[in-house]
Design a protein around this ligand. Structure first.
Ligand SMILES: Cc1ncc(COP(=O)(O)O)c(C=O)c1O
Length: 370
């Protein structure tokens, strides 16, 4: 499918050849389980997992012991709720969210509220550019920050938001959804001074099935999943847990996907998506009076609606011309509600995209939207 223009990197990245060959080689020649064997082959898999963990830690300026492998960002965001709930009595908790949040970041807390397990959910105010208003960050016990909106591509000043929240409550627990941000920017969790952070492997060129969860004070939290690989010893019916990260990694890890993850990070660090393409398409699309672009020119992606055309129809017509984009609410209903619409069309680029891809998209758009 060589003539496909894949403008849907923000939904899932295409996989660099080096990730594919690394995973194939692992499956064919090096496969064994981790943390359970004493033979050299199993030991090599343990070392591989440890090396990838170090690579991930280095990628976000964390310590290896703070990095937990999950299934994806959604898994991490759901687990954070349970991990916090096991350590604290959350009945009186107020949780601050924002309308930029992906469903995965906010619904687990909304469900807690619905079940009467937390006291309230408050919202961070947004300014006219969809930045979280730092001066009015609410006082809360937990603050969820979407570092980059998957609809508008706006990056937040996470360090300043965490600082503002901590001024209001020194014990606030800050949770950063870095799923989109990590694609375009270097992350330094120490500078951000956040408590939790999540990302998805498949959105940075790794395989599906592996996610990254950073927990600052990992050993202070109790495991949320129990099973093999996380027990130090059994005392009667009870267990003494391993330290982090093992205590958060019950069961067999997604080893093949972990193997590809460090290669994907190497690739991403040397070839970030070229956002000049977004600016180019923005400038060209803006000339069409029937198209309303919702994102800003310097955003990491471009989202728009077309006058008198349903986003699904636009997506289907682009698809019929071999151009893949994302349409709909993008699992971010709240920001669409703020914008007064049900859905939109999103163009996002990866390192594989070229100026020719942009020109093909623009020429098809010119035919569809006269
Ligand atoms: C900002 C943001 N958070 C979380 C997610 C969920 O990611 P995943 O489906 O990989 O769990 C997405 C996916 O689009 C996202 O864009």
């Amino acid at each position: 499918m060589k003539d496909i223009v894949y403008f849907d990197a923000a939904a899932s990245f295409l996989k660099p050849e080096s990730v594919i060959t690394t995973e194939v080689d692992f499956l064919k020649n090096r496969y064994a389980n981790a943390g359970r064997g004493v033979c050299a082959r199993a030991g090599a898999v343990d070392e591989m997992v440890a090396a990838v963990r170090r690579r991930v830690a280095d990628f976000i300026n964390a310590d290896s012991r703070q990095i937990v492998f999950t299934a994806n960002a959604t898994d991490g965001l759901n687990r954070i709720v349970n991990i916090i709930a096991r350590r604290f009595d959350i009945a009186g908790f107020s949780v601050a969210v924002s309308d930029l949040d992906h469903h995965s970041a906010r619904l687990p807390w909304a469900e807690m509220l619905d079940m009467g397990k937390i006291r309230k959910i408050e919202k961070c105010e947004l300014d006219e550019n969809f930045n979280i208003k730092i001066d009015s960050v609410p006082k809360s016990d937990v603050l969820v920050i979407t570092a980059m909106s998957n609809v508008l591509g706006v990056s937040q000043d996470v360090a300043a938001i965490c600082r503002a929240a901590r001024k209001k409550n020194p014990n606030v627990i800050t949770v950063v959804d870095a799923t989109q941000y990590i694609v375009h920017h270097k992350i330094d969790v120490k500078k951000w001074d956040c408590d939790f952070l999540v990302a998805s492997g498949h959105k940075i060129g790794a395989d599906t099935g592996v996610g990254i969860l950073y927990i600052r004070d990992a050993d202070k939290y109790m495991p949320d999943k129990l099973g093999g690989g996380m027990v130090l010893r059994i005392d009667g019916d009870m267990a003494i847990w391993n330290n982090s990260p093992d205590r958060f990694e019950a069961g067999t890890l997604p080893l093949t996907q972990i193997c590809g993850l460090s290669v994907a990070i190497d690739e991403l660090e040397s070839h970030r998506p070229d956002l000049k393409l977004i600016k180019y398409m923005y400038d060209e699309l803006k000339k069409n009076p029937r198209i309303k672009i919702l994102s800003s020119r310097d955003a990491a992606l471009m989202t728009f609606v077309v006058d008198n055309m349903h986003p699904l129809d636009v997506g289907a017509m682009l698809g019929a011309n071999n151009i893949c984009v994302r349409v709909g609410n993008m699992c971010a209903s709240w920001v669409h509600r703020v914008l007064g619409i049900d859905g939109s069309i999103r163009v996002s680029v990866g390192p594989w995209n070229t100026r020719q891809d942009a020109d093909k998209f623009l020429s098809v758009m010119n035919k569809i939207v006269k």
